[in-house]
Ligand binder design. Structure first.
Ligand SMILES: *[C@@H]1O[C@H](CO)[C@@H](O)[C@H](O)[C@H]1NC(C)=O
Ligand SMILES: *[C@@H]1O[C@H](CO)[C@@H](O)[C@H](O)[C@H]1NC(C)=O
Ligand SMILES: *[C@@H]1O[C@H](CO)[C@@H](O)[C@H](O)[C@H]1NC(C)=O
Length: 289
C-alpha cells in the first residue's frame, strides 16, 4: 500500500539508516520493469502463460507486463474508482480485482481482456487485499472496517466473514488494519499494516473462522503476500521479502527490494521459482526463491 509504505518509511527512517549498511550487503533483486505513469504498483498476479498483471494505487487500472520482453500495456481501467488493489485468479485466466468499492472481473480467456463489474459495495470502507477461497467465493480485506468480506463471484452476493480486533486499524499511526490476505489449504494469512503483524486463522469453505487467530510476527512491516505450492508465505516487507514456511520458520529471502507492496510466484516451468515483487516506486523486480 503506497501511502502506508511511505508512512512506515518515514517513521522508521532512523531504523533504516541504522540498518542501511546491512541492507547494502544483500544483493539487489533483478529489475524487470519500471512503471512511471501510473507508478505506484499495488497488486501483482501471474497468468499461467507467464504474463504478469499489475494494479495501481493512484489509478484504477490494471496493466499486463511480459517479464521476458519487458513490455507493458494497459488492459483494464475501472470507472468510479481512483485506486486498484488486490488481484486474484478465480478461474483459469479469469481474475478478480479490487477497484475502489467494487470487485471487477478481467476475463482473459479469449485473448483480449473483457472487464465487467461483479459488484459494488457502498458499505465497504477501504478494500485492499483479495484472495480466492474456492471456485465461487473470494475474500476481501477491508483495512478501515477491520473486516474480511466474502463474495460470490457469480452472483455478487456478499457478507462479512470475519470481524475481529486484530483486523482493526490503529488509533494512532497508519490508519489501516488488515492489508494483504491470502488463503491456502484451510488457512487465511493476513497482515495488519498498522501493527506490523502477520497473522493466520483457520477458516471453513464459507470463510468463517474455525479457530483462533494467531500472530506469526509482530515486529516487521508487512503488506501483501504470496503463498507457494509448498505452503510457504512470501511477504512484501518494505525493503525485503520475509518467508514463513508452512511449519512456521521465518527467514529473509536474499535480495533487497524497495518499497515493496505485493509479490507473486511465476507460473511457468522457467519461472516457477521466481518471485515477482511490485513496489510503490514503480519497480517490478524478480528474486529467485
Ligand atoms: C467448483 O468446486 C466444486 C467443489 O470442489 C466442484 O464440485 C466443482 O466442479 C467446481 N466447479 C468448477 C467450475 O470448477
Ligand atoms: C491490529 O491492529 C490493531 C490496531 O492497532 C490492534 O488493536 C490489533 O491488536 C492488531 N492486531 C494484532 C494481532 O497485532
Ligand atoms: C494441507 O494441510 C494438511 C493438514 O491440515 C496437510 O496435511 C497437507 O499436507 C497440507 N497440504 C499442502 C499442499 O500443504
Amino acid at each position: 500500500m503506497r501511502l502506508s509504505a511511505l508512512f512506515v518509511e518515514v517513521l522508521s527512517l532512523a531504523t533504516s539508516l541504522a540498518s542501511a549498511a546491512a541492507i547494502d550487503k544483500r544483493q539487489a533483486a533483478t529489475k524487470v520493469y519500471t512503471f512511471s505513469s501510473p507508478k505506484s504498483a499495488e497488486g501483482i498476479a501471474a497468468r499461467s502463460n507467464g504474463q504478469l498483471l499489475v494494479s495501481f494505487f493512484e489509478k484504477a487500472e490494471v496493466w499486463s507486463l511480459d517479464p521476458v520482453t519487458q513490455k507493458a500495456a494497459k488492459i483494464a481501467s475501472f470507472t468510479d474508482a481512483t485506486c486498484a488493489a488486490g488481484i486474484t485468479e478465480i478461474a483459469p485466466d479469469v481474475f478478480a480485482v479490487v477497484a475502489g468499492q467494487g470487485i471487477w472481473k478481467i476475463d482473459l480467456t479469449s485473448g483480449t481482456a473483457k472487464t465487467t463489474l461483479i459488484k459494488k459495495v457502498p458499505e465497504s470502507e477501504m478494500w485492499n487485499g483479495l484472495t480466492t477461497l474456492n471456485n465461487d467465493t473470494i475474500l476481501i480485506g477491508d483495512a478501515l472496517k477491520g473486516a474480511i468480506f466474502r463474495m460470490n463471484v457469480n452472483t455478487g452476493d456478499y457478507s462479512i466473514a470475519i470481524q475481529d480486533p486484530t483486523l482493526v486499524k490503529s488509533s494512532s499511526g497508519i490508519p489501516m488494519g488488515i492489508d494483504g490476505l491470502r488463503y491456502f489449504n484451510g488457512t487465511v494469512y493476513f497482515t495488519n499494516i498498522s501493527k506490523n503483524t502477520l497473522l493466520k486463522v483457520p477458516v471453513d469453505q464459507t470463510g468463517k473462522a474455525t479457530g483462533a487467530i494467531t500472530t506469526i510476527w509482530s515486529t516487521t512491516q508487512a503488506d501483501d503476500l504470496a503463498i507457494g505450492p509448498d505452503g510457504s508465505a512470501y511477504v512484501a516487507a518494505g525493503s525485503k521479502i520475509q518467508k514463513v514456511t508452512a511449519d512456521g520458520k521465518i527467514s529473509t529471502v536474499p535480495g533487497s527490494v524497495s518499497s515493496s507492496t505485493s509479490c507473486t510466484l511465476g507460473r511457468t516451468d522457467t519461472d516457477k521459482n521466481t518471485l515477482y515483487v511490485a513496489s510503490s516506486n514503480g519497480q517490478i523486480s524478480s528474486i529467485k526463491v
